[in-house]
Design a protein around this ligand. Structure first.
Ligand SMILES: Nc1ncnc2c1ncn2[C@@H]1O[C@H](COP(=O)(O)OP(=O)(O)O)[C@@H](O)[C@H]1O
Ligand SMILES: [Mg+2]
Length: 353
C-alpha cells in the first residue's frame, strides 16, 4: 500500500475519532454589584465535557446550577474566564470573533427554552428559515431555496403551508419545531438544546424529544440536551452529566448512572423521578437547603454531610464500577468497592483546584 493511501487512511481515522465537541477545564465567574465591587459569583468550575459524533448527552441539574451558562460559553455568547472549547478539534475561543462568528455558528446552533421569545411575531415562518439560510450562505437559486424550505418543514414534522404562518398562529410545540428547523437550516454538527421542552405542554414534549432523536439518527448531529428533568434525560440521552453548583459531579452512560447513582445529589435527583418501581424519598425541604449549602461551602459544593471529608478540599474523580462503564463521580463520600486505590481518576493538581 502506498504511503499516501496510508496517510489518508490514518488522517481519516483521526478525523472520525475527534469528538464533535470538547469542553476542557472551563470556568466562568460573573462580577457582582458594579465595577468597583470585588464580589463575584462562580457560575462554572473546571468543567470537562465531551460530545462524541452523533451522541446525545444530557446535562442535568436544578435551576441556577450553571447549565445555560455552560451552553452560552460553548456558543460564544458568553466569554469563559478560563478553559477551552474545541469544536471538531479546533479551539474556538482562540479564533478572533469576526473570523469565528459565521463559521462557528454554522457548525453549532442553539435551541432555546422559549420558542415564542426567539421568534419575532411580525414575521412569517418562511422569513425565519430564509434568513437562516441566507446568513449562513446556504441560499442558492430560488428553486433550490424553496426546495430547502419545504424539506426543512417536513424534516421537523410541519406542514409545508405553515411557511405562511405567523408565530402566534402556531402551538408551542409547532413553534419549537420552527426553531429547530431554523437551527437545521445551517446544517450544524452540534445542537445545544437548552430546556427545549420545559415550556411546552406535557402532551407535546415527547414529540420534540423524538424529533431530536431522529435528527441524531438520520443526520448524525451531536446534541447537548439541557434539562432539569431526569426522566426525559433517561428517555433521550446516551450519557448523562450531572451539574451541581457549577460543577459536574457525576457522569455516565444513562442507564448505568440511573441504576447506580454514586453522588448524593444524583441520588436525590433519581429519588425524585416518579417511578412506580422505586419508593420515592424525595425531600423538597432538603432540596431547598441545597443552594444554601452551596453558598456556605468552600470546598466540595455539595457538602451535604457534616462529616469531615466534605470540607477536606475539592474531591477527585472516582471511577464507578468497571473500566468499561465510563461512569465517574466526584465525591469525598464515595467508597469504591474492592481495588479502590486505582480508581481515582484525577490528579492532585485538579484535586486542589
Ligand atoms: N449574566 C450574569 N450575571 C451574573 N450572574 C449570572 C449571569 N448569568 C448567570 N448568572 C448566575 O450563574 C449561575 C448559573 O446560572 P444559569 O447558568 O442560568 O443556571 P441554569 O441554566 O442551570 O438554571 C446563577 O447563580 C446565576 O445567577
Ligand atoms: Mg438555564
Amino acid at each position: 500500500m502506498s504511503n499516501s493511501v496510508l496517510s489518508r487512511m490514518s488522517s481519516h481515522a483521526a478525523e472520525s475519532t475527534t469528538p464533535a465537541l470538547e469542553v476542557r477545564d472551563l470556568s466562568k465567574t460573573f462580577p457582582l454589584g458594579g465595577f468597583l465591587s470585588h464580589r463575584s459569583v462562580r457560575a462554572l468550575s473546571n468543567v470537562d465535557l465531551t460530545l462524541e459524533r452523533a451522541e446525545i448527552v444530557a446535562l442535568v441539574g436544578e435551576s441556577g446550577s450553571g447549565k445555560s451558562t455552560l451552553a452560552r460559553c460553548i456558543a460564544r455568547l458568553e466569554k469563559p474566564s478560563t478553559g477551552q472549547v474545541l469544536l471538531d478539534g479546533v479551539d474556538v475561543l482562540k479564533r478572533d470573533r469576526f473570523q469565528a462568528s459565521r463559521e462557528y455558528r454554522s457548525q453549532l446552533q442553539m435551541v432555546f427554552q422559549d420558542p415564542f421569545g426567539s421568534l419575532n411575531p411580525v414575521h412569517r415562518v418562511e422569513h425565519f428559515l430564509r434568513r437562516s439560510l441566507a446568513i449562513h450562505g446556504k441560499a442558492g437559486s430560488e428553486a433550490h431555496t424553496r426546495a430547502r424550505l419545504e424539506k426543512l418543514m417536513t424534516t421537523v414534522g410541519l406542514q409545508v403551508d405553515m411557511l405562511n404562518s405567523y408565530p402566534h398562529e402556531l402551538s408551542g410545540g409547532q413553534r419549537q419545531r420552527v426553531a429547530i428547523a431554523r437551527a437545521l437550516a445551517v446544517e450544524p454538527q452540534v445542537i445545544l438544546a437548552d430546556e427545549p421542552t420545559s415550556m411546552l405542554d406535557v402532551s407535546v414534549r415527547i414529540g420534540i424529544l423524538n424529533l431530536m432523536r431522529k435528527l441524531r439518527d438520520d443526520q448524525g448531529i451531536s446534541m447537548l440536551y439541557i434539562t432539569h428533568d431526569l426522566a426525559s434525560a433517561r428517555y433521550l440521552a446516551d450519557r448523562i452529566a450531572v451539574m451541581f453548583a457549577g460543577e459536574l459531579v457525576e457522569e455516565g452512560e444513562s442507564l448505568e448512572l440511573l441504576a447506580n447513582p454514586a453522588h448524593p445529589y444524583t441520588q436525590l435527583l433519581v429519588s425524585a423521578v416518579p417511578d412506580p418501581a422505586r419508593a420515592g424519598s424525595y425531600d423538597p425541604v432538603r432540596r431547598a437547603g441545597l443552594r444554601q449549602a452551596v453558598m456556605a461551602s468552600t470546598s466540595c459544593a455539595f457538602d451535604g454531610d457534616a462529616e469531615q471529608p466534605c470540607s477536606a478540599g475539592h474531591p477527585v474523580r472516582h471511577r464507578v464500577g468497571g473500566v468499561d462503564n465510563q461512569h465517574w463521580v466526584r465525591c469525598h463520600l464515595y467508597r469504591p468497592r474492592a481495588g479502590a486505590a486505582s480508581n481515582a481518576l484525577t490528579t492532585e493538581s485538579q484535586a486542589s483546584a
